[in-house]
Ligand binder design. Structure first.
Ligand code: ZN
Length: 195
């Protein structure tokens, strides 16, 4: 089942989501909810979706970067972003336990603010501990675009949106992003905008 995605301005997007217990995760209702999140993310389409985005302040996020999402992106854009396909997976109670001081900056968007984008600095590498869909403890070291997705989704679980971290002068409609900024390096975007 496809679920409605909550839009910016709803309070649930600003709440700290609560952790789940293993018992709650095992409930058929929770497993069904994860299925709905997967269908909703694919339908959007998006590379990540956090439970607050469907109105629930609980610590579940789903992530998937399918090869077809990147098929129209130039190879050099993919390589500077270090973007590679990520198989579908579920993160329950995720924590960033390590993150690189090195940050990288790219345009980023969010299904809860559709049609807009902005430059956001994120750590290049993060180590995340979480439970998977079966409640098994996992530890992942993520780099590049995948690291960005994880930071974005974990921010949702902490009541944060990318606009809290963006370079405000770079905020743009997606239409104008494609028209003016997409092919420029973040450094040159900043220069052009006086940011
Ligand atoms: Zn988002």
């Amino acid at each position: 089942m496809k679920v409605k995605i909550v839009q910016v301005g709803e309070q649930v997007l600003r709440k700290m989501a609560r952790p789940l217990s293993l018992d709650e995760l095992a409930l058929p209702g929770t497993q069904e909810l994860i299925e709905w999140m997967r269908e909703t993310m694919r339908d959007a389409p998006g590379v990540g979706l956090a439970a607050p985005q469907i109105g629930l302040a609980i610590q579940i996020a789903v992530v998937e970067d399918r090869p077809e999402y990147a098929k129209d992106v130039l190879p050099e854009r993919l390589s500077e972003r270090e973007r590679q396909p990520v198989p579908f997976h579920v993160l329950v109670n995720p924590r960033i336990v390590e993150q690189s001081e090195e940050q990288v900056e790219f345009f980023e968007g969010c299904l809860s603010l559709p049609g807009y984008s902005a430059l956001v600095k994120r750590s290049h590498t993060v180590t995340v501990e979480y439970w998977d869909q079966d409640g098994k403890a996992q530890r992942t070291v993520a780099r590049g675009w995948y690291a960005r997705i994880l930071q974005h989704e974990i921010d949702h679980l902490l009541g944060r949106l990318y606009i809290d971290r963006m370079e405000p002068r770079s905020f743009t409609s997606v239409e104008n992003l494609n028209r003016h900024w997409k092919e420029l390096r973040p450094h040159d975007v900043r220069k052009a905008l006086g940011a």
